[in-house]
Design a protein around this ligand. Structure first.
Ligand SMILES: *[C@@H]1O[C@H](CO)[C@@H](O)[C@H](O)[C@H]1NC(C)=O
Ligand SMILES: *[C@@H]1O[C@H](CO)[C@@H](O)[C@H](O)[C@H]1NC(C)=O
Ligand SMILES: *[C@@H]1O[C@H](CO)[C@@H](O)[C@H](O)[C@H]1NC(C)=O
Ligand SMILES: *[C@@H]1O[C@H](CO)[C@@H](O)[C@H](O)[C@H]1NC(C)=O
Length: 312
């Protein structure tokens, strides 16, 4: 059976017929809070668009000071202008990285919508990337009410890297999570190509974090490695389905090991459901209570289902 179910991936004609044998084993059922939201391939991919909008918007803003509404106005689909779009104070190499990833993500959005009319042209969600929104996430991660001076994510690359990497990480984890449920040649190809690009971006950003792990977050008394570790714990707490995000170092009895790219014990990438992603992005730990980065909630059919079926 196992070889047959793998074999079917190569046979386009038999793909639909054998589709059930490609599914994840029914014995791996997670607790209710961590179960996936069921949807068609188009619906599952459509939800990822929310994450791609956030990444594109954030990366374009920090590198160029202008969002998707300026760079690719036809892709906004009537969604509102983001709150807090601001150029960050970056060196030219870092700016180049974010600008490339931002424009690449705009192309990904275009490709997703062009792949199939079954993926609806959903409006860009309301995005709030104001310095206050990101500051409150950093304070929640560190478990403090305040820092003096107030944390400014846009002050420099060090202040900015952790949140940037987290957005990309959530997209990677979501795409990896839906990949076993994507049916059909066109949708599988789309998902794997978006996932590979997002994974590449994630690797670059984690590498940047690692190289700077001992750099002090000026003028505070913690280093970047600590912020990454605490940020990972915050995402894990909000998402409520296990310790999937990790810091840059793992501590073992026999010593410490670098953890530039976090993996499961089997060296596969971690997965998160749409609900886990929304709990983290809303900052509320509740996928039906918008806030934080998406104050009016995500858009599309999976997001609507989460609200209608009260899949908190
Ligand atoms: C954006 O987020 C900040 C911090 O949560 C909040 O104070 C502000 O009101 C939000 N802006 C809008 C227009 O929702
Ligand atoms: C950070 O400091 C630790 C402890 O001194 C060291 O083991 C590690 O290699 C340093 N990391 C980097 C990226 O230099
Ligand atoms: C492992 O890392 C922790 C935290 O940075 C440090 O306190 C400890 O000394 C390290 N252990 C070894 C064996 O390097
Ligand atoms: C790792 O792989 C083994 C063998 O396929 C499997 O039994 C086990 O459940 C996997 N563990 C995780 C955490 O995925």
């Amino acid at each position: 059976m196992a070889s047959r179910s793998c074999f079917c991936a190569f046979l386009v004609l038999f793909l639909v017929a054998f589709e059930p044998t490609c599914k994840v084993k029914a014995t791996d059922i997670p607790p209710p809070l961590c179960r996936r939201v069921v949807g068609s391939s188009a619906e599952l991919i459509e939800f990822a668009v929310n994450l791609e909008y956030l990444i594109a918007e954030f990366f374009l803003c920090i590198s160029r000071g202008e969002g998707i509404n300026i760079i690719a106005p036809d892709l906004v689909h009537g969604g509102p202008i983001s709150i807090g779009c601001a150029t960050a104070n970056l060196d030219s190499a870092t700016r180049a990285i974010f600008e490339e990833f931002g424009i690449q993500t705009v192309r990904i959005l275009r490709t997703i919508f062009q792949t199939s009319s079954l993926i609806r042209e959903i409006p860009m969600p309301q995005i709030n990337i104001s310095v206050e929104t990101l500051r409150s996430l950093v304070y929640a991660a560190l478990g403090v009410n305040n820092l003096t001076p107030p944390y400014n994510i846009y002050a420099n690359k060090i202040n900015l890297l952790t949140a940037s990497t987290t957005f990309v990480s959530l997209a990677q984890q979501y795409l990896r999570g839906i990949s076993p449920y994507i049916v059909g040649d066109e949708f599988q190809q789309l998902t794997s190509s978006v996932l590979s690009t997002v994974s590449g971006n994630f690797g670059v950003l984690r590498g940047e974090l690692f190289r700077n792990e001992n750099v002090t977050v000026v003028p505070y008394n913690f280093n970047l490695g600590t912020l990454v570790e605490r940020g990972a714990q915050l995402v894990n707490r909000l998402a409520m389905c296990g310790d999937k995000d990790e810091g840059l170092t793992l501590q073992f009895e026999f010593g410490n090991a670098t953890n530039i790219i976090p993996f499961t014990p089997n060296f596969t990438a971690q997965t998160r459901t749409a609900r886990e992603v929304l709990r983290a992005l809303y900052g509320t730990g509740d996928a039906t209570r918008p806030g934080g980065l998406l104050p009016r909630g995500a858009t599309g059919r999976i997001a609507e289902k989460i609200v209608t079926l009260k899949l908190n």
